[in-house]
Design a protein around this ligand. Structure first.
Ligand code: NCD
Length: 314
């Protein structure tokens, strides 16, 4: 694996290998007083975030640190980006400083692919080798989120294959939804997107999933339901009448959570808007695996860095 840009580059065997590595790393750290493995000593990992983030940026940083890499965080605010530097110049500058891996979040779909193309070209001319990880590009993809969601589903349900997973809400603006649909399908799950027609992207009919507008009809048949945040920052028009109406039509209330089968798991990538897409009581219930997702996020990102920078495990 050279870069991690999209889940569509992962076949079932590669995705499963990443999840297995994540499990092994979690196991290796269990009960250790000092949570540090020497695996990536001497490697430099840079996070470059042009959009706000709590979970993704911090967990990549922790993942690097727990594997003894030198991690450096760059944000658009406070870097030369605010002086007008281009994405290309910023990324080549970081490569020139010896970055083995640049983890990028950017509001433009395709930004990580561009960085990877520049990194590969730079490699031909200078011999530097920088791996690029997509930590969210616009409304396109968020591969490590889908991997950590799959890891959490595996933990809670025993397997992903053969399970039915519902993804509810603002699919149109959600890179989390797209990455999950493709990865979960690759891993053999059946995926149902549940959203109002205004929040579904053009072309969804070609995705490996089914589409529904009726959450109440779907919940009893789901092994897990993933609630999406309404991405207000990406919305230009009115996609639904009001947040109150959205909550009534698609929010996961207590009554709705009770419609899931007993083993039904509730996921949310965060950040949650409690009371909008999910009731606080559901978010804090035993069904919810939301903090387990966050914990798995660190181990999955360790696994990704490991596969990119240390080579695949024997
Ligand atoms: C998501 C994102 O940024 O795409 N958050 C995350 O990485 N956990 C989802 C969101 O912002 O709603």
């Amino acid at each position: 694996m050279k870069h991690l840009l999209t889940v569509t580059d992962l076949d079932a065997a590669t995705a499963t290998a990443l999840l297995d590595t994540s499990d092994r790393l979690r196991q290796a750290l269990l009960g250790r007083e000092v949570r540090k493995l020497p695996t990536l000593r001497g490697r430099t990992v840079i996070t470059m975030f042009y959009e706000d983030s709590t979970r993704t940026r911090v967990s990549f940083e922790i993942a690097g640190k727990w594997m003894s890499a030198d991690t450096v965080n760059v944000s658009a605010k406070g870097s030369s980006v605010s002086k007008g530097e281009s994405l290309r110049d910023t990324s080549l500058t970081l490569s020139a400083m010896g970055a083995d891996c640049v983890i990028v979040r950017h509001p433009a779909s395709g930004a990580a692919h561009r960085l990877a193309a520049w990194a590969d070209k730079d490699r031909e001319s200078t011999g530097t080798h920088t791996s690029i990880v997509n930590a969210g590009d616009g409304t396109h993809e968020h591969p490590t989120q889908a991997l950590l969601d799959a890891a959490t589903l595996r933990d809670r349900l025993g397997s992903v294959a053969g399970r039915r997973i519902g993804i509810v809400g603002d699919v149109l603006h959600s890179r989390v939804a797209r990455s999950n649909v493709f990865l979960l399908a690759t891993l053999g799950a059946e995926v149902v997107l549940i959203a109002p027609p205004t929040l579904l992207p053009v072309g969804v009919a070609e995705w490996p999933c089914r589409v529904s507008h009726e959450i109440d009809a779907e919940l009893p048949g789901l092994d897990a339901v993933m609630m999406l945040r309404v991405q207000a920052e990406r919305m230009t028009g009115g996609f639904f009448p009001s947040s109150r109406e959205y909550a009534v039509a698609y929010g996961l209330s207590d009554a709705r959570a009770a419609m899931l089968p007993e083993h039904g798991v509730v996921l949310h990538p965060g950040p949650m808007v409690r009371g909008m897409e999910i009731a606080p009581s559901v978010a804090d219930s035993a069904r919810a695996a939301i903090l387990a997702q966050v914990r798995n996020g660190v181990h999955v990102r360790m696994a990704v860095l490991y596969h990119l920078l240390a080579g695949a495990p024997e």
